[in-house]
Design a protein around this ligand. Structure first.
Ligand SMILES: *Cc1c(COP(=O)(O)O)cnc(C)c1O
Length: 361
């Protein structure tokens, strides 16, 4: 094993802020004089309760979550929400609209079909998900129980640049891969959810923000553990929550706060992405996979002129300390995931590397 940390461009789980890892390391055997690790604590203990409540309060403050929403700390991954969303929400009219702009939205769409009549509001499959449909391309049903979309398509490198207007139909959004990278007007949504392992914490924690009036109307066979109401009533503690991940989220939120919160992140992440897109656009060798207007600030997908050269790029990049740049098999080429915790310096150095590779080849 090498002794130096690499710039890890993994799509997820992905980098955590260095300061957060150091702090967790320092506290790992004895959390603030408690004589034990957070990993060893009862979730009902006073010490852990403070961690839990402080973390929740900071999340609400930093993400500007209004009073009529509940923040839930769950397990089961973002994929678990693909089932939880229809189980809890579709009962209203038995119908829902889905926009399929990538792999995860497609899985969510297929899963929802088990529970009701699901309409395809839009699909970008015709162009291998290289773009985000515009508002006037959405086929919306005013009778839908909800409208579903995925804000950032991790695999394809596209990101919605607007919040769809769906009238009175509640919007459900998967924000797994751009959570807390920019300010969001939560009041425009019914449910926002995401797995924590891209932008917020280690794998094992799923966050759901649920407008309170939407809970309590679940289908009768909804499993106890998949019922938003169960978790709202017990403040995410019906059973043992993912304690360690919640603690880690708390540390990440403190770090985020010190960087100016989501407002601070928005500026930094956009500059980071622009740096890479600029180098790629000005290269002879590389092209970006996503259409310009739909490009993601979190996952930059690109390719060179041949698969052989792509492989050479990935190999040489890895040797130079830039890891996990190989693209997803659905897209090919390369993908640089530059979430909140990727330092600006890592992106600058990758940009230099791309420039030099372009010249040399
Ligand atoms: C990674 C990812 C998922 C899957 O998350 P799990 O927590 O592994 O279930 C779903 N949606 C998006 C947008 C993702 O990036």
């Amino acid at each position: 094993m090498g002794t130096e940390r690499v710039y890890n461009f993994s799509a997820g789980p992905s980098m955590l802020p260095f300061e957060v890892l150091e702090r967790a390391g320092a506290e790992i055997t004895n959390y603030q004089g408690s004589g034990m690790s957070v990993m060893e604590m009862s979730h009902r203990s006073k010490v852990f309760d403070k961690i839990f409540q402080d973390t929740k309060a900071n999340f609400i403050r930093l993400f500007h979550v209004p009073d009529n929403y509940k923040v839930l700390f769950l397990q089961g991954g973002a994929s678990g929400q693909f089932s939880m969303v229809p189980l809890n929400l579709i009962g209203k009219t038995g119908k829902a609209d889905y926009a399929v702009t990538g792999n995860f939205a497609s899985i969510a769409y297929k899963e929802a079909k088990k529970y009701g009549t699901i309409s395809l509001a839009a699909s970008s499959e015709d162009k291998n998900h290289t773009y985000i449909p515009q508002q006037n391309q959405l086929k919306l049903d005013s009778e839908a129980s909800y409208f579903y979309y995925c804000a950032n398509n991790t695999i394809y490198g596209t990101e919605w640049q607007y919040v769809p207007d769906t009238g009175d139909v509640p919007i459900v959004c998967d924000m797994s891969s751009n959570f807390l990278s920019r300010p969001v007007d939560v009041s425009k949504y019914g449910v926002i959810f995401g797995g924590a392992q891209k932008n917020l914490a280690p794998a094992g924690l799923t966050i759901a923000i649920v407008r309170e009036d939407l809970a309590g109307h679940e289908l009768p066979y909804t499993p106890l553990m998949m019922n938003y109401k169960t978790m709202i009533d017990k403040d995410s503690m019906y059973n043992t929550p993912p304690c360690w991940c919640i603690y880690m989220l708390g540390l990440v939120l403190e770090w985020l706060d010190s960087k100016g919160g989501v407002e601070g992140m928005e500026k930094i992440k956009h500059d980071k992405a622009a740096l890479l897109y600029d180098v790629l656009d000005n290269s002879k060798l590389f092209t970006c996979a996503a259409e310009k207007a739909s490009r993601s600030d979190m996952n930059v997908t690109f390719r060179s002129v041949s698969e052989e050269l792509d492989a050479k790029f990935v190999k040489e990049a890895t040797a130079a300390g830039f890891t996990n740049l190989k693209g997803h098999r659905n897209v090919g080429g390369m993908r640089a995931s530059i979430y909140n915790a990727m330092p600006v310096e890592g992106v600058e150095k990758l940009a230099d590397f791309i420039r030099a590779f372009d010249k040399a080849n």
